[in-house]
Ligand binder design. Structure first.
Ligand code: SF4
Length: 274
């Protein structure tokens, strides 16, 4: 049995950075606003190291608030300040760029479209930075219904697929005579998806590692399923030897929120099964 790792897998730059920042502030009195990443094992590990998680600012009355890589809107910064809490900002610089782009477009008089998922925390944060005259557009159908306007500015959720962005933008092109497009996509998600599809096409079984609550890991699993037998697992303990019967080549990939140690444990367990 041969084991292959996808060319790009696991933590992206923004997640690595956020975890490093959280660890540097771990003192038992700091909390991330929302789970720092969608990986229960990592959240638990950080909690043991002194970085807690609060779902809402109302739960934090002292110490440090860490803003996670998805970012938050300006009102949250104000509320943290008003509560007298220490603020540590781990917003990914790519997300900051999208927030700033949307805000500046509105200042310049553009109606803004954010291409992305309405309920994603990052998109909500970009929306809040933009303020007025902003619409979130998720699908081509929604883009078709968008009302024409004088000046149209377009930005994207950082993790939106290039193809989705292109097809939505194409539909928006005839909505205004003055259009400014800022393609605020980060390459991490696409790199992982492309590498996973390539590997899944070469192996008999794919193991996709990451939180069951992680949208990007679930998407990786769905893409791999189209190419070969695929299992989405969170830890090495979930591996069943039955899955590996008759498999000559096993591929491993992991979402952008999956820590290295989980990848290593899975690799080691597979080597033991050989
Ligand atoms: S996926 Fe990209 S934008 Fe999102 S946290 Fe990672 S590096 Fe930053």
């Amino acid at each position: 049995m041969e084991i292959f790792l996808a060319d790009y897998l696991g933590f992206c730059y923004g997640v690595k950075r956020a975890i490093k920042i959280a660890r540097a502030n771990a003192d038992g009195k700091c909390c991330t606003l929302g789970p720092i990443i969608h990986n229960p094992q990592m959240v638990e590990k950080l909690s043991a190291e002194g970085v807690g998680t609060a779902d809402d600012l109302s739960e934090i009355n002292e110490g440090t608030v860490i803003i996670r890589s998805h970012g938050v809107g300006p009102k949250t910064y104000e509320k943290i300040k008003a509560k007298g809490l220490r603020l540590v900002d781990a917003t990914c610089p790519h997300v900051k760029r999208a927030q700033t782009a949307a805000r500046d477009l509105v200042k310049e008089g553009y109606d803004v479209v954010i291409v992305g998922e309405k309920n994603h925390p990052e998109v909500k944060s970009i929306f809040e930075w933009a303020g007025n005259h902003t619409t979130i557009v998720e699908t081509v159908e929604e883009a078709e219904k968008f009302a024409p306007c004088q000046k149209l500015g377009i930005v994207s959720q950082t993790t939106v697929a290039s193809e989705q962005f292109k097809s939505v933008v194409l539909k928006l092109l005839d909505k205004s005579a003055d259009i400014k497009i800022l393609r605020t996509i980060c390459t991490a998600t696409e790199q992982r998806q492309k590498a996973a599809i390539e590997l899944a096409a070469k192996v008999d079984v794919m193991l996709v590692l990451g939180g069951k609550n992680s949208a990007n890991t679930t998407k990786l699993a769905k893409l791999c399923e189209k190419k070969c037998k695929t299992f989405h697992i969170e830890t090495a303990d979930e591996i069943s030897e039955k899955w590996l019967n008759d498999a000559q080549k096993i591929g491993i990939t992991a979402g952008a929120s999956t820590p290295d140690w989980i990848i290593k444990e899975v690799e080691n367990k597979l080597r033991e099964c050989r």
